[in-house]
Design a protein around this ligand. Structure first.
Ligand code: PLP
Length: 463
């Protein structure tokens, strides 16, 4: 009997082992190191018979499992790394079990697209956004920025009667931004708009990353009525600064532009009455990027694009998967593959559906507020210790700081990360070498801050 047949008969044993291993991992994630320096030797030859799942699991456990770092644990503060809620894990497992190819909401008995459409509605409700956004799931905020900016590109062409999707781009597309995320710039490059083509808008005075509205208006006027794309930020990665969306809304009434907001993690400010003023006015944007594998705490790869419904035709022109020009209402024979980059795709929405349904608005308000609280606790420690200094005020969930003796930053961070108790990432802000700690994991508690700061004090004595 071959291994596939044996596995089929052993399904119960295989999944039980994996389940138990998953429970052990998650129950001990607080103790698991956040870094590893062990190396693995790659195997290059595939065996003839294979080993069957139980043996494959043994091999995985021997070679790879011990060096898996606790990136979804409570003290992994590098980049903007979310965790996974129990409900999200359950939904993710079921996505795999049911293995749907999520496309059309009608016909083919395909309920998975309906789940995706419903999840988008739940997310709009969580974020207090109006229902006139159409949305879908992609792998991350990078692909979401790409999707939104692709529709923006089509919109720009239409302003002078061109169909860029069919004809290719002609001329230079003007893009304005103050502190765009690197992935938005990467998207400009992938879209043929040119990463070097964006026009830098000044940031506001006083240690800010938000765009200066007066300078934005000057740069708009310099375009002499030429339509353009504005990429604005709801949460920059260094200092979590937000552009002024109410003022941008006012400019949008005066000037002709596509307004995109990268709200990858900052959009979750909308979940809390304490912080939702930061996104006031964002509902007027043409498109918004929201990551789910960050503050929604679902497993990778999960993000949504939100594009105003009135632009649906532009979106279909951009992504339609057929040579025939699209005729009629794109929602009539709705299929996701005509709205986004991928064709075949897994049921990405299910983990998000599970976690939203399980914890509701209050659950996410609590996650957001407790993450901001630990960020402030950590910033308090930085402020009080003369060896450290904050590089920017804590506006939401990220602490951007440095050592007073900047020449020690790299050594300090290397020692800190190598210790495996906490993980942070280096940055460069305002001409200064710095360190970022971002809090978007539901598990992080005051005790984690205490543990990490104790380690930091110890390292100071070794420098
Ligand atoms: C993380 C992030 C991105 C890129 O997201 P991925 O999910 O890594 O593709 C884009 N914009 C902002 C503001 C981010 O924080």
């Amino acid at each position: 009997m071959n291994n596939l047949n044996t596995d089929q008969q052993n399904l119960d044993a295989i999944l039980t082992e994996v389940k138990q291993q998953g429970i052990d991992y998650l129950n001990h994630i607080h103790e698991r190191p956040t870094a590893s320096n062990r190396e693995v030797k790659l195997i290059r030859d595939l065996s003839g018979q294979g080993s069957g799942s139980i043996e494959a699991l043994k091999q995985f456990n021997q070679r790879f499992e011990p060096i898996m770092v606790a990136s979804s644990g409570p003290r992994y503060w590098g980049f903007v790394t979310g965790g996974t809620t129990p409900a999200a894990i359950a939904g993710d497992w079921l996505s795999t079990i049911y293995d749907q190819n999520t496309q059309s909401a009608k016909g083919n008995g395909d309920v998975s697209a309906i789940i995706e459409l419903e999840t988008i509605q739940l997310l709009l409700s969580l974020l207090n956004l109006p229902e006139d956004f159409f949305g879908g799931f992609v792998t991350g905020a990078t692909l979401s920025n790409f999707t939104c900016l692709a529709v923006a590109r089509q919109w720009i062409g239409k302003q002078s009667g061109k169909d860029f999707a069919r004809e290719g781009i002609s001329g230079t597309v003007k893009v304005l931004s103050a502190t765009p995320h690197s992935s938005a710039i990467k998207s400009l490059s992938m879209l043929g708009l040119g990463s070097g083509n964006f026009i830098q808008v000044n940031v506001m005075q006083g240690n800010r990353e938000a765009l200066d509205i007066a300078d934005l208006e000057l740069k708009i006027q310099a375009l002499n009525g030429e339509p353009f794309i504005l990429i604005s930020s709801a949460g920059t990665v260094n200092t979590v600064d937000f552009d002024d969306f109410e003022s941008i809304s006012t400019l949008k009434e005066k000037y002709n532009f596509w307004w995109h907001i990268d709200a990858a993690f900052g959009g979750f400010a909308a979940c809390s009455p304490k912080y939702n003023h930061l996104v006031k006015g964002w509902e007027h944007a043409d498109s918004i990027t929201v990551d789910c594998h960050k503050w929604l705490n679902v497993p990778y790869e999960s993000a949504v694009f939100l594009v105003k419904e009135k632009h649906q035709l532009l979106q279909v022109e951009t992504f339609q998967n057929s040579n025939a020009a699209y005729l009629g209402n794109p929602m009539e024979n709705f299929s996701y593959l005509n709205f986004l980059p991928e064709n075949s795709r897994r049921l990405k929405a299910l983990p998000a559906w599970f976690t939203l349904t399980s914890y509701g608005k209050q659950g996410y308000q609590e996650i957001v507020e407790s993450n901001v609280e630990v960020a402030l606790q950590f910033a308090g420690f930085i402020n009080e210790n003369p060896n450290f200094e904050l590089l920017a005020p804590v506006r939401l969930n990220t602490v951007c700081f440095s050592l007073t003796d900047e020449s020690l930053v790299a050594t300090f961070l290397n020692k800190l990360n190598a210790g495996g108790k906490v993980f942070m990432t280096p940055t460069f802000y305002n001409g200064r070498k710095g360190i970022r700690a971002a809090f978007v994991n539901w598990r992080t508690s005051a005790a984690d801050i205490e543990l990490a700061t104790a380690v930091m004090l110890e390292i100071l004595t070794e420098l």
